[in-house]
Ligand binder design. Structure first.
Ligand code: NI
Length: 399
């Protein structure tokens, strides 16, 4: 079977490159993936794969029923682009101003179409069935996954039982093309926004002693005090990060503003610490401001949960990867502080989100995700779809 999957994948490769480039050229932002969804549906139609469209707006869900009983395995690709101006010069660079596939969702979508086509060609041998989920809006909190779940993507549909397992893959330019990266347990971070508005008293910068509180000074103390929340309270087994990327103060060097705004992100790997940290952040920010005669309003926006791979399913993915790409091409990953809404599925069903290497230093394919020069080595489209098809097939037979 492994050979059949590889052969089907090789035959499909030029088509998948073409599809990925078409998606790349026409990147659509969250919930606007209309053209992308039409291309997905057209490919599924042409391949004779039943599917439903219009789920969570632009989502598409396809199914492949094997000839033998077995589990329902869900596979997911995200379809949305990012509001970034592309700075690549290739001929399939973004034609949509201010929108770019800078997170590889073009490759995820093309890859899942490849998986669909491969699995359809071997469905007489499949045990159980596969639900293929093309999801909108991964990049927009609270995330398209939540809406897909609300609209039944994890429920029984038309005689197909609820998925018992979920798998997804994401491209990684820091891993060499041809590799697969896996981590068991807590892998990716929860991501919450922290917004603190500090109100002091504005006035002449030469005369801070006349003011009730210098908001810039209080804001600076707040940043420092909040770093101590992490370093002094975080349990040793709960990695987390707090960063303030935005610190908005006044407009002139000699005018102390009345207000400053701190805007940051808090990332954690377990919910107990996550919500305890929220309380500490609120308390320390309020009291730091108060100690200096200012006031702080703290708003914490709860984003994606941490992504936790099931231990058994991560081991299954790792073993399948060792068999499929060879032990020297399987990478055991560190935790990754990026957030991902696939976590929503993994809160409800066991599964694993793993990484597909797309980097190539010799070719200069090294730019990070979410950057204007991000790209990927398309050779990864020989590996990603074939491996995911192999994984779904093998998992059905292992049940
Ligand atoms: Ni992404």
């Amino acid at each position: 079977m492994e050979r059949r999957i590889r052969e089907a994948s090789e035959a499909l490769f030029p088509r998948l490159v073409e599809l990925r480039r078409a998606f790349h050229r026409r990147p659509e932002l969250a919930y606007q993936e209309f053209e992308t969804a039409r291309t997905v549906a057209a490919f599924l139609d042409e391949s004779g794969i039943p599917h439903r469209t219009g789920i969570a707006g632009t989502g598409v869900v396809a199914r492949i029923d094997g000839a033998h009983p077995g589990p329902v395995v869900m596979l997911r690709a995200d379809m949305d682009a990012l509001p970034i101006v592309e700075r690549n010069a290739f001929d399939f660079a973004s034609e949509i101003p201010g929108s770019m596939h800078a997170c590889g969702h073009d490759a995820h979508t093309a890859s899942l179409l490849g998986v669909a086509s491969i699995l359809q060609s071997i469905r007489a041998e499949i045990r159980g069935s596969v639900r293929l989920v093309f999801q909108p809006a991964e990049e927009l909190v609270p995330g398209g996954a939540l809406r897909m779940i609300e609209e039944g993507v994890l429920d029984p549909v038309d005689g197909q039982p609820a998925p018992q397992l979920a798998f997804g893959q994401h491209v990684r330019p820091d891993l060499p093309v041809g590799t697969i990266g896996v981590r068991s347990g807590a892998f990716m971070a929860s991501s919450d926004t922290v917004r603190i508005r500090i109100r002091g008293e504005g006035g002449h910068a030469a005369e801070p002693h006349r003011l009730a509180a210098d908001a810039v000074y209080v804001g600076s103390q707040t940043v420092i005090a909040l770093q101590a929340v992490i370093s002094r309270n975080r349990p040793p087994d709960a990695p987390s990060v707090l960063s303030f990327g935005r610190f908005v103060a006044g407009d002139a060097p000699n005018v102390l503003p009345e207000e400053v705004l701190l805007h940051g992100t808090f990332r954690a790997m377990d919910d107990e610490w996550r919500y305890r940290a929220h309380d500490l952040i609120r308390r320390v920010a309020r009291h730091t401001a108060e100690a200096h005669g200012a006031e702080a309003d703290v708003e914490i926006g709860v984003g994606y949960p941490a992504l936790v791979n099931d231990v058994r399913e991560a081991a299954f993915v790792r073993d399948a990867a060792v068999r499929f790409v060879g032990p020297d091409r399987v990478i055991d990953l560190d935790r990754w502080y990026v957030a991902e809404d696939f976590a929503r599925y993994l809160e409800r069903v066991p599964g694993c989100f793993y990484m597909l290497g797309v980097g190539n230093e010799a070719e200069g394919i090294v730019h990070g995700l979410h950057t204007p020069r991000f790209t990927l080595d398309e050779e990864a489209l020989r590996v990603g779809p074939a491996f995911m098809a192999f994984l779904a097939f093998s998992r059905g037979h292992a049940a």
